[in-house]
Design a binder for this molecule. Structure first.
Ligand SMILES: [Zn+2]
Length: 119
């Protein structure tokens, strides 16, 4: 886990992906591709300069065994109490376009912004 501190933060943007995979599979799609994409995203964000809001990059373990790493972060880590947006990068297969396929309630404005920037 790493935090890229913002210069005028009003909250956190948490990027999460898991590095474990189902037993007996290499896990390239689920979820190593997301881990690789998040590492490149972190590199690009650092290169771009200071951000307004804090960005927390978290790589979790135990997802396939029952969301163990993510649950532990939410239950025990002080950064989980700060609020903000969590974007969990996950695989739904090994081909096709990147899509937003799940969200929690109350995210209409966020989805509108996402649709405008990621058509
Ligand atoms: Zn997964």
């Amino acid at each position: 886990m790493a935090t890229l501190p913002g210069n005028d933060s009003t909250g956190s943007v948490v990027l999460a992906a898991h590095y474990d995979s189902t037993f007996g599979t290499p896990g390239a799609a689920d979820d190593k591709a997301s881990v690789a994409a998040m590492l490149e995203t972190a590199r690009a964000l650092v290169s771009a300069g200071p951000l307004r809001n804090d960005v927390i990059v978290i790589f979790t373990d135990g997802e396939e065994a029952g969301l163990l790493g993510a649950s532990s972060f939410v239950a025990e880590h002080p950064l989980a109490d700060r609020g903000g947006v969590i974007l969990n990068w996950e695989a739904t297969g090994n081909a096709g376009p990147s899509v937003m396929f799940e969200t929690t309630s109350g995210n209409a404005e966020l989805i509108k912004e996402f649709a405008a920037s990621a058509p």
